[in-house]
Ligand binder design. Structure first.
Ligand SMILES: [Zn+2]
Length: 183
């Protein structure tokens, strides 16, 4: 019985502590993302109209309820992809809406790579969807990849951490945006 109370208390206290820490993190440095879409989209070998046509086709197919396999989605993602070989790249992936290119860091594991490709593709197919909706839609197709991506993102955040307080605030904020539909 004692164990259960401890578990219940922990389940309530840990998120409360993380929430308070996040609210007190105004002095933590904001990450500078620069303009990666402008910088890297030019590396894509195909023309923008071809990429845009592919996205329109995918949107139509989704609206018609057509089912695509996980491999078919991966093929579409491949055609929009620029791999970024830079460990300092500030995200797992970015969907550049204006250039119709997805930028994905090259050092992801195969499972995380499949998930992040699916995730960025979902941003193109449903541009009105929130980050959380995109996250769950991609996780339906690549569930293992979603877990691997989440774990490796936490691992990487601690690896480059200079302040535990700020790292925890950043991760808790990310959890809000990707899982709780808050921004
Ligand atoms: Zn996203």
């Amino acid at each position: 019985m004692k164990k259960r109370w401890g578990l219940l208390l922990g389940t309530l206290l840990v998120p409360a502590a993380l929430e308070l820490n996040l609210r007190a993190s105004g002095d933590c440095p904001a990450r500078d993302y620069g303009s990666p879409c402008t910088q890297y989209s030019v590396m894509h070998p195909n023309s923008r109209p071809a990429r845009s046509a592919r996205i329109s086709q995918l949107q139509q197919e989704r609206a018609q309820g057509k089912h695509l396999s996980a491999d078919e989605y991966q093929e579409h993602a491949e055609a929009l992809l620029v791999l970024i070989d830079d460990p300092e790249f500030p995200a797992n992936g970015i969907a550049c809406r204006h250039t119709c290119v997805m930028l994905i860091r090259a050092d992801l594991s195969p499972a995380a790579m499949r998930y992040v490709r699916q995730h960025e593709l979902e941003h193109f197919i449903t541009p009105e969807a929130s980050e959380t909706q995109v996250n769950y839609a991609a996780a339906k197709v690549q569930p293992v990849g979603m877990v691997v991506t989440a774990v490796s993102s936490v691992w990487r955040a601690f690896g480059r951490s200079s302040s535990l307080r700020c790292t925890l605030a950043g991760l808790w904020n990310t959890f809000h945006v990707y899982f709780l539909d808050a921004s």
